[in-house]
Design a protein around this ligand. Sequence first.
Ligand code: ZN
Ligand code: ZN
Length: 415
Amino acid sequence: MGHVRYRKTMFLSGHYNCWRLIYTLLATAQELLFGKKLFFDWQLGDNWALKSMEILEKDLAAAKNDRKENGSPPEYVHRRQIVWFNAIGFLVLHLGALYGMYLFLTSSKILTILWTLLVASASALSVTMGAHRLYTHRTFKCNEWIKALLVFGQTVAGQNCLYVWVRDHRQHHKYSDTVADPHNASRGFFFSHIGWLMVRKHPEVIEKGKKIDMSDIEMDPYVMFQKKYYKVLFTTLATLMPMFVPFVLWNESLWNGFFVCFLFRLMAVLNLTWLVNSAAHLYGNKPFTKDILPVENPYVSMFGLGEGWHNYHHSFPWDYRASEFGQYFNLTTIIVDFFEEMGWVWDKKYATPAMVRSRVTKRGDGTHYKYARQQLKDDGEPSEPVADDETYEELFWLEGRPDTISERTPEAQKG
Ligand SMILES: [Zn+2]
Ligand SMILES: [Zn+2]
């Protein structure tokens, strides 16, 4: 019964969210085109937008007060400044990527298609497992080979150097959805998806960004090497290597190599990654922490290698699974577990069912798979049958049940 209730909620919200997504895109387009609301109102019957605009306004007021107290000009209000070079650049890249998708579907050799999929998934995995779960959150330890491989793959993904990636993401967790968050989802879908790369950074983002603790990263030889030679590495590994392998090995044209293996592949992985910042902060339920924006989104998880269980991830950022049910729509966790079996990964950190239960009953929104019952009772509403303990335990651990349990408190978590 628990299953049914959970799935039904997700399904219904999926349809509703589709319209909300279309609405958000239209509203954002008009804002970008005209610089103001002409035809659509952001807040028209849109609860999340109303709520997030409130957060934004509160943040702005707080920042304003901050400045006043520090003796800076009192009329501090951030005005959005579009960086046209980036905005037009991203438009051109996306048009090229669409053409690449067309070539991918119509004129590429079978081997080229397989190669593109391989490069896309391996580089995406290096981002989720390497940049995110290993370097940003330090959720497990691994040997030098794995580290070098992940830094290599992250370079192929072309998502800026690891140093900047990790700093931005630590800042995102520390100041989630406030003005100091680089991709503040309170500013809507478009801004948190890609818009944040097309405008000047908010002053608070710059200021708080300088204070993010990066001492552990500065001691990592792989990351610092990549930072130092990033331009050369990007050109050879993200651009030339994916293009020339099909050209040399199976005589694919360089034209296809450029548009399919480089541009289409790069932009597709980028957009999947951005969905974690946008869709997984807006569309879904919040079983673990109801007073934050991040949500549980199975669609993002499916295509984002398990990074869409985002309400859980923001509740337990130090958990290597980045989700409650480790291997469910979570390819990254499956791969980490596989490497652990090989003995290359160890010291994985994760929350126990007891910790999850405590969090859900204290701060969840009542949609949790199992523990919502307790909450419904507290609210005085009728309780519904939920999964029994055995089913839940099975789902929680799946096959990868480790022998020892290591626990960390969220306070011990860096960044
Ligand atoms: Zn997030
Ligand atoms: Zn994270």
